[in-house]
Design a protein around this ligand. Structure first.
Ligand code: VAH
Length: 311
């Protein structure tokens, strides 16, 4: 059995569906602090899981004896800055609780997402490498960097097969993003269709690493299915799709909606967060270790997003 904790989030929603397609509905338990919005009655089991409630988490591990746990529950960068202690508590203690129960219940594999947020103002900005200065200055980024160190520690000390990817900004249409800095790149599509315009909270030239969700889900499962011997990075893999600015995204949207207007709100706290992150990522370790290949570029992603959101 596979537990997906945080099943109701932007990533979890699509990961549950894809894992159920591969392994069968009853094999994948959707776990979250509230029922998924999408219909799960006949899609597969749901369990209420609060990763900060050890008794609750233990009971669910006891009930399913999972072979694999995906821990996606977290507070993202922008929300984390509004609730620093809650973000640290949930992101850090949630991970530690799952790592401990994975040992106790002999879970074969654990997946936990990191983020480009582990990089900071002192990190190289372009083609940022797997190993470099990492001085994150958001609570989210600090919790992800510390989490990476804990994952590698549990691998080295307990032999736990925990695997991780440093996700870039993820663009999807099925489930809304939750409190991230890159969320402008999702909202822009909704507003382009609804209003023919969008006011971006990030400035025109803010270049950030991004990826279409289909690539992120496929890469996550490819990493989890790779032979353990191939997984040379036990902190978290750099993982790249594309990188673009709001201006570049707008001009791609204009190929479909010619008079789409983009303007800027200015003075948004998320601009400071974005400025601390890399502009592009070098993911050669993922390419070399488990043959990672991106499929969606900016034109293809824009086409996909507008086509699906139009329906
Ligand atoms: C965020 N979407 O904005 C997340 C992600 C790299 C960005 O970590 O916080």
């Amino acid at each position: 059995t596979i537990l997906v904790i945080g099943a109701n989030g932007q990533i979890g929603t699509e990961l549950v569906t894809e894992l159920r397609n591969i392994y069968g509905g009853s094999e994948v338990v959707a776990c979250d602090i509230r029922r998924p919005d999408y219909d799960t009655r006949n899609a597969g089991p749901f369990e209420f899981v609060n990763v900060l409630d050890k008794d609750n988490l233990k009971a669910v591990c006891q009930k399913y004896k999972p072979s694999t746990i995906y821990l996606l529950a977290a507070i993202l960068s922008a929300t984390g800055e509004q609730n620093p202690k809650l973000a640290w508590d949930l992101n850090m203690n949630g991970l530690l609780n799952v790592l401990d129960f994975a040992i106790e219940f002999n879970v074969r594999k654990v997946y936990w997402p990191s983020s480009i947020a582990v990089f900071g103002p002192g990190s190289p900005k372009d083609n940022t490498s797997q190993f470099c200065v990492m001085d994150p200055n958001t609570v989210y980024g600090i919790s992800k960097l510390a989490g990476e160190r804990w994952c590698e520690y549990y691998f080295q000390k307990h032999g736990l097969d925990v695997r991780s990817l440093r996700y870039p900004g993820l663009i999807s249409w099925k489930a809304a993003p939750g409190g991230g800095t890159t969320d402008y790149a999702v909202h822009i599509f909704h507003d382009a269709l609804k209003k023919g315009s969008y006011s971006s909270f990030l400035s025109a030239d803010t270049r950030l690493p991004m990826m279409y969700m289909d690539d992120a889900i496929r890469g996550t499962i490819e990493l989890m299915e790779a032979p353990a011997a191939k997984v040379s990075i036990r902190s978290s893999y750099n993982f790249a799709g594309m990188d673009f600015t709001p201006e570049e995204l707008a001009s791609e949207i204009r190929k479909h909606i010619p008079d789409f207007k983009l303007d800027y709100t200015g003075r948004d706290p998320r601009q400071l967060i974005a400025n601390s992150w890399p502009r592009s990522i070098d993911d050669s370790f993922a390419k070399n270790d488990w043959n990672w290949k991106t499929k969606f570029d900016l034109p293809q992603m824009t086409e996909e997003m507008l086509t699906h959101l139009k329906k």
